[in-house]
Design a protein around this ligand. Structure first.
Ligand SMILES: Cc1ncc(COP(=O)(O)O)c(C=O)c1O
Length: 295
């Protein structure tokens, strides 16, 4: 597969309030965010000219920055507008949207109060993460090498770059062994989340999903819970032990990038994508394209 590097593309990137040519959107090597992961980001999708739950994403970006002890020098409304403007400037109506904020290079020690806070927004075409046939069959997951850390060891509520270090390592190990992704357990051994998506299980027509007390409370997760409840499906948010996976019949992961993707296997546990997973996958797809009235 030929790879088009992300720094070698055409288009426009919104950087600190201005559009710059894609190839010129650069940072210096002595950037605090690069050295110490003082960086927070979002992943959004625009469907037919509208970014799904844009303000929720922007608000989470601001909240993540606040948790990392920095303040984004714009308003939520300005960033919302900048996200839409970036898609328009690049002539895209269906795309992935990546806002990111980070500490600059004024200081390079651990202490960095006087660093400038930068914000960039890039958009690119990114169709469904998995093709429809793979989705319908379910993807295969293995167990991650690392556990989700405790909330008093790292700010787990922030969508911060530093939290993705263990995700990349785990996803690489999974792909090396032929799996699509890795499922992480948390520091207590409870089921946590995949490397970039939340997880749901089905048993006797009821949905079970982990409590988001040390994982990202994903916007897709919240949306799927809303859709399910609106349809009268019971949703139980609780701690789920690994051994309980033997009792579940269906499993699916959810996230902005993954959307709703059925899972056929997590390590030694097998699932069969069936009515509930497939209908929620379909309803989510219709909701984001505004073919279904709000859940
Ligand atoms: C670790 C992790 N969990 C869950 C999610 C799902 O979050 P959302 O539905 O807000 O995209 C993501 C994606 O952002 C993620 O990276």
């Amino acid at each position: 597969m030929s790879l088009v590097p992300f720094d070698d593309r055409d288009g426009w990137i919104w950087l600190d309030g201005q559009f710059v040519a894609w190839r010129d959107a650069k940072v210096h090597v002595l950037t605090h965010g690069l050295h110490y992961a003082s960086s927070v980001f979002e992943g959004e999708r625009m469907y037919g000219g509208e970014i799904f739950k844009l303000t929720e994403h922007t608000e989470r970006l601001f909240k993540s920055a606040e948790i990392l002890d920095f303040k984004i020098p714009y308003t939520v409304e300005q960033i919302d507008e900048a996200c839409k403007a970036t898609a328009a400037k690049n002539g895209l109506t269906d795309c992935y949207v990546r806002p990111i904020a980070w500490r600059g290079s004024e200081m390079i020690g651990v202490s960095a109060q006087q660093t400038k806070i930068h914000v960039a927004i890039a958009v690119w075409e990114w169709p469904s993460y998995f093709d429809p046939a793979t989705k319908a069959k379910g993807i295969r997951l293995t167990w991650a090498k690392y556990d989700r850390p405790a909330p008093n060891t790292i700010p787990t509520a922030a969508k911060a770059a530093g939290l993705y270090m263990i995700c990349t390592i785990s996803k690489h190990a999974a792909e090396k062994d032929g799996y699509a992704d890795a499922m992480m357990v948390d520091y207590r051994g409870y089921i946590a989340e995949a490397t970039g998506a939340n997880v749901f299980f089905v048993k006797d027509g009821v949905l079970h999903t982990p409590v988001p007390d040390c994982i990202l409370n994903g916007i897709t997760r919240q949306t799927v819970i809303q859709i399910a409840k609106a349809r009268g499906i019971q949703v139980v948010e609780r701690h789920i032990e690994k051994r309980e996976l033997a009792d579940f019949t269906e499993c699916f992961i959810v996230g902005t990038a993954a959307e709703v993707t059925p899972v056929s296997e997590i390590g030694e546990f097998k699932f069969t994508p069936a009515a509930l997973s497939l209908s929620l996958m379909d309803e989510y797809a219709r909701l984001v394209r505004r073919e279904l009235v709000a859940a």
